[in-house]
Ligand binder design. Structure first.
Ligand SMILES: Nc1nc2c(ncn2[C@@H]2O[C@H](COP(=O)(O)O[C@H]3[C@@H](O)[C@H](n4cnc5c(=O)[nH]c(N)nc54)O[C@@H]3COP(=O)(O)O)[C@@H](O)[C@H]2O)c(=O)[nH]1
Length: 820
């Protein structure tokens, strides 16, 4: 019967000797067919495979324990198998003793639990892995049975509740958490008691919160396959960190919305995702108007491409950019802002956003400008002060050096200003200084600088003055403002000024030298008796005064009949016949003698006196021509020089028509000469007037040709008849090859354009013969005749002679003709 069971059964006597064993036992130890009876485990180990020895010894040892403890022993024994695996047996050993305590025998029953063990081990492993996994959670997780007794809990649970596993497993949760019996007041326990599944939060200051932290509680009912409840799973999530993040987010959102700085957030492609209230206020666009747009819609046009290129490079290299930028508001207004842009990257370093923060710095800029203005201007007159003057002077010197131009520094000091202050008081002195400042500004060009460098001292900076004499003209204008008394609120004050002029580069090439020299020139003006000006160099002062003198005298010259005209014949080079007479003006000054037009015509042009003078010349020349016309003298044409300002004024055509009408000179007897440099300077503006003059039927010549750089294409557009080769190209013929080439080219150009070419300043036969050979049609110069009076011309024409030298040789007793 004992062989019918797969369990092992073995009986041993009191000395551990085997009495009987069933087949399962014998098979287990490979003892089948072995005479095992009367042998102990150790002895049997010799009768079977060596691998069983360890198992036999272990059996002996546990047998001994059972006897010694005199109690049934239950243990597990591992028995090796032939296939290399190990069988685990659940073994029960029942020790039998005699009444006197001696060992009588041992009953051994064993059941193979290898498979169960394996499953149990797997389960235990899985269980421990699961527990370990749950221990990793920060959330407290615990499992209750249907009686709400704690079955399992992770580490976080014990940490949160302060309970120990030994004292809590198998205990009712409600009593553990609320030993005072208040479980029904606890929101977690009351829900557990009700058996309801739920998710809820408890704040740290909630008196019912068993834990003093904000927590999110989730209660889940567990069910088996049949749907029967098997327990409850509870998780408690500590919300402290979440609450902190929420708080930070709330704070960030509040800062975003309430900060005074505009904030703009874009995605990685610079598409706007969000803007704040301040942005809307500053930029003028609503949030909806800009979402999805690129910030370039705010571009002001103030910055060039390189500005943005540098900005992006910086941003991408360093992760941020900071600087001043100009933007355009929705209403079109430009404004300056101080902008910071940051790149935002994710954990992998990939660009996700750009965040721009900016402040409108319009007011700061305005304040800066105000401060800057205050720092650079005189508080009383608002004129530039010494600091700004120095800056401008430095720039002006550089400009003059770069462009090879002239710069004038005028130091102006009021004469006896101290007396005005002392006698009438400082407020009146201040008023006077303000008035003087205004007048100085009115008397200068917008580009000039008028500075007050202290007390009654002013400095004027005149750039690009062309020639030093122009500084003298400016000084004249400036002294003129002191000719009339200054009308102040309660006083009419007469005051004069002394001026010192210094020219850059000739009198100094740096600001301090120029100011010092202008100052010392001003002191010389004071020494000269005040109310005057002096140049730093005496020669310039002399020239300037001479110029003023001439200009003043020229005004009287017409009325006092000091002007007269000379005529210089012009010839056909092939026939030597007189074909015209150039009219040349002379000024016979009662004290200074004959003054060259080269000296006074520019003065007349600058002062505007050229208009009455030019009119007088034209009318006088036409009257003379008409006289000769009446006498039947063949003078060809009268060639009158027209100055640039006469043409520029715009009424020359009417003026010429009126003179021709009045004098009755036939139009074909009149020729007008206009300089090439003036025509060039006018561009196309002179053409309509020249055309109108040509339409009158008179002849138009371009004077000083070759000095004004006109091009062939430009010349073609001009309604002219004649080119007059400038005498500077004739003077050195035949010695200078360049001049010969230029003269040749002008003659060829004239020919190709169908224009007559006349050469002026012909003094030698060689020059005349070269010009003739190269095809120049007409000539004029000392070789034939100097400019002479009308009487001499008349004599020459009536005598049938053509050249002055012939006249002189034939008529030695000529009247006193003024010879040019
Ligand atoms: N707008 C006006 N300009 C006038 C008028 N009258 C004269 N001028 C211009 O003044 C410049 C100087 O003139 P001037 O001193 O009269 O000199 C002229 C001739 O005398 C001189 N000339 C003539 N032949 C010779 C010569 O063989 N050698 C030599 N060295 N000089 C000579 O040349 C001047 C002629 O000038 P241009 O007009 O270029 O023919 C001068 O620019 C006059 O134009 C006037 O009324 N209005």
């Amino acid at each position: 019967m004992i062989n019918a069971t797969p369990d092992i059964i073995c009986f041993k006597d009191g000395q551990g000797r085997w009495l009987q064993a069933n087949d399962a036992d014998l098979e287990l130890f490979a003892l089948t067919g072995v005479d095992y009876r009367g042998k102990t485990d150790s002895e049997l180990a010799d009768f079977t495979a060596p691998m069983y020895r360890k198992a036999f010894l272990a059996c002996e040892e546990s047998d001994e324990r059972a006897w010694r403890n005199r109690r049934t022993l239950r243990c597990e024994e591992a028995i090796p198998r032939m296939d290399g695996t190990t069988a685990i047996y659940d073994v029960i050993k029942v020790p039998l003793h005699l009444d006197d305590g001696t060992r009588r025998g041992l009953i051994i029953l064993g059941r193979d639990i290898t498979d169960r063990k394996r499953v149990e081990q797997k389960l235990a492993l899985a269980n421990s892995e699961w527990t370990q996994a749950l221990d990793q959670f920060d959330d407290a997780v615990y499992l209750l049975d249907t009686d709400l007794q704690l079955l399992k809990a992770n580490k976080a649970f014990y940490q949160m509740t302060g309970l120990e596993p030994e004292q809590s497993l198998g205990q009712p949760i409600t009593e553990m958490l609320h030993p005072d019996g208040g479980a029904h007041r606890c929101p977690i326990c009351s829900k557990l008691i009700d058996g309801t599944e739920s998710i809820f939060t408890l704040d740290e200051n909630d008196t019912r919160n068993p834990d003093k932290k904000p927590v999110e509680v989730k209660i889940k009912r567990l069910r088996d396959e049949s749907g029967t409840s098997t327990g409850m799973l509870i998780s408690m999530h500590d919300l402290t960190h979440t609450r902190q993040i929420e708080e930070r987010l709330r704070l960030a959102a509040s800062v975003f919305e309430n900060t005074d700085e505009g904030v703009i957030i874009t995605d990685a492609n610079a598409r706007i995702l969000d803007v704040n209230k301040a942005f809307t206020r500053i930029q003028g666009y609503s949030r909806e108007e800009v979402i999805g747009k690129n910030p370039r819609i705010f571009k002001s046009g103030h910055h060039d491409q390189s500005f943005f290129r540098d900005m992006w490079r910086n941003l991408n290299e360093t992760g941020h950019w900071r600087g001043e930028m100009w933007n355009r508001r929705k209403n079109g207004e430009l404004f300056p802002k101080w902008q910071t842009i940051n790149r935002v990257v994710d954990a992998e370093g990939n660009l996700t956003h750009y965040v721009g923060i900016f402040a409108d710095i319009t007011h700061i800029k305005q304040s800066q400008e105000k401060l800057d203005h205050l720092g650079h201007h005189d508080a009383l007159t608002d004129l530039p002060n010494r600091l700004l003057l120095n800056e401008r002077l430095e720039q002006a010197v550089k400009h003059a050096q770069r462009h090879n131009s002239l710069l004038a520094v005028i130091f102006l000091d009021l004469d006896n200003f101290k007396h005005i202050n002392d006698s009438l008081g400082h407020p009146v002195g201040d008023q006077l200084l303000q008035e003087v400042s205004q007048k100085l500004l009115q008397a200068t060009r917008q580009d000039d600088t008028v500075a007050r460098i202290g007390g009654d001292e002013f400095v004027l900076l005149l750039e690009d003055i062309g020639k030093p004499e122009n500084a003298g003209i400016a000084a004249e204008k400036l002294t003129a403002i002191f000719a009339e008394p200054f009308q102040l609120v309660e006083h009419s004050i007469r005051v004069t000024a002394s001026l010192g002029i210094c020219i850059c580069p000739q009198d100094g090439e740096d600001p301090s030298t120029l100011l010092r020299n202008a100052d010392s020139a001003m002191y010389r003006a004071k020494e000269e008796g005040r109310n005057t000006y002096q140049f730093y160099t005496e020669e310039l002062t002399r020239n300037a005064f001479e110029r003023v003198l001439l200009e003043n005298n020229l005004r009287q010259a017409i009325d006092e009949k000091q002007l007269c005209l000379l005529y210089q014949p012009q010839y056909d080079l092939q026939t030597d016949r007189v074909i015209g007479l150039e009219v040349l003006l002379r000024w016979n000054h009662p004290e200074l003698g004959t003054i060259s037009p080269a000296k006074f015509i520019p003065l007349a042009e600058e002062s505007g006196l050229i208009h009455p003078i030019g009119e007088w010349v034209l009318k006088t020349a036409c009257q003379q021509g008409q006289l000769w016309q009446q006498q039947g003298l063949d003078f060809g044409r009268i060639a009158v020089n027209i100055a640039g300002p006469q043409l520029q004024r715009g009424n020359l055509v009417n003026e010429v028509m009126a003179v021709l009408d009045e004098t009755q000179l036939q139009t074909e007897h009149l020729e007008l000469e206009v300089t090439e440099s003036f025509i060039m300077q006018q561009g196309g503006a002179a053409i309509p007037q020249l055309q109108a003059l040509r339409d009158l039927g008179l002849t138009l010549a371009i004077d000083d040709f070759g000095t004004g750089y006109s091009s062939l294409s430009y010349l073609k557009q001009l309604p002219i008849h004649k080119l007059k080769i400038d005498q500077s190209f004739v003077r050195d013929i035949p010695g200078d090859r360049n001049d010969m080439a230029i003269a040749d080219a002008i003659i060829a150009m004239g020919k190709s354009l169908g224009l007559t070419v006349i050469a002026e300043g012909v003094e030698t036969e060689a020059q005349a013969s070269f010009l003739k050979q190269t095809g120049c049609q007409e000539g004029q110069g000392y070789l034939y005749s100097k400019p002479v009076s009308a009487d001499v011309i008349e004599l020459m024409l009536t005598s049938g002679l053509t050249r002055l030298d012939q006249l002189v040789s034939q008529r030695p007793a000529l009247p006193d003709a003024p010879l040019g």
